[in-house]
Write a protein that binds this ligand. Sequence first.
Ligand code: GLN
Length: 536
Amino acid sequence: MASHDVTRLKAHEMAALLRSGETSSRGLTEAHLAAAERQNRALHAWLVIDRTGALEQADKADRRLAEARKAGRQALDALHPLCGVPVGLKDLVSVKGGQATAGSKILEGYVAPFDSTVTARLREAGAVILGKTNMDEFAMGSSCEHSAFGPTANPWDLSRVPGGSSGGSAAAVAAFHTPLAIGTDTGGSIRQPASLCGIVGMKPTYGRVSRYGIVAFASSLDQIGPFGRDTRDAALLLHAVAGHDRRDATSAPVEVPADLLHLPEGDDEAAAYLKGRRIALPREYFVAGMEPGVAARVREAVAAMEQAGAHVEEVSLPHTDYGLAAYYIIAPAEASSNLARYDGVKYGYNDRSSGDYIADYLKTRGAGFGPEAKRRIMLGTYALSAGYYDAYYLKAQKVRTLIKGDFDSVWAAGFDAICAPVSPTVAFKLGAKVDDPVAMYLSDTCTLPLNMAGLPGLSIPAGLSDGLPVGLQMIGSPWSELSMLRLARAYEGITARAPWRDLDPAELSLTDDPSTPSPMDRKRAIAAAGAPGRQA
Ligand code: GLN
């Protein structure tokens, strides 16, 4: 069945078939919509599946493709490879006339009056937006369980989380509901769910992708990035959305490499890139509490690259240990400020029952925000208050500079990349960490230092531990996305015949069964059966 199922194709394969006219965008879009609609009850990756809008965009793409085919080679080459290819958007990306809840009740009912730059660029490319994916409220979390609309399941094991906060996007790509999806990463929210779902996810350099029209969490850390099932697909999506935007003052006027569209096709050609590359392995990233299976897969991946011609050296990034503490001052501080705008007047949900402005404001925020958003608002407000600003916020910013300095010294020593684990654990059980914020926060120990330093990083599948995916993290110097993706493509090349490559998520087929419980019902059942052991 798999060979005839167009949802199994990679985006770059779809692009080729669309150009030659062997398939239509409508056909592709119908197939993906059908899969998403059929399996969403069991997976809950999508908050909205926009059948009507998607089919309209597909027909439009088909017209563009037909015209270009008629006009000849040059016209076809002028089209972006994503013309006619489906994509999912995390529900914090503004799409004019559609919802953007950011996973929060407080944005329920809000209708975006404009397209984000990412949306506008995808439309320009001709990509087909299938719908909006589930996420932790305001992108705060590592499991997707902080969504006000219920959790998402991991298609590898439906009793486990897909990671977060972009868990809906990652699960949808892993489950073949879409070849591509957009996520955001403030401390790990693209890389960690990519790792836990066995797909590729990239957080670009801060400033690479415009944040205009994306619901803000922590503005100095947030970046938008791609999910795909291979590096070539992730590169295509990054190419489509990246680039300077005058509507985002932090967007950088840095050229987007055209070669993102031309990562090597052949595995051997791709693997040749490894020869002579210098890879740093930071000892501090093999943190206490890391599952042995995760550490083993990462070390094996690095050994395989060494075997293929890379030079690997252990390095020290001495301030890594302080990353988590500093992040959980800075991110909540910025969040407390960004979330101040949700007052029940301008956006979405409100409670105006008392008729008193202040009382209504308190009730709106009291009922509109979930527990994690409230925790962050309180932590952030406290850290920014007059008496504590210097002791906490300013201190954390200084630590941030030290963390950046650690990375700078690696680039100054001539390394091409840093390889590290993504998440200390494989996907954990629904409910295992949701009542233990610190355990949840530890999920991002190995990812958040990059956000602190503004660096690009990606997660690429590197095998399984206990039958669950493990990601390998590759970290690069600023604006080195193309090199990072080439390196990741090289790793794909040398592992092309590994038995774990291109496996179907183990429990995906269960999502077709109408008796399979929803993630919410499953989570309740797990809780009722007794809390599972907490993993650090
Ligand atoms: N899990 C981290 C947090 O809760 C990172 C989230 C993210 O990258 N958006 O803040």
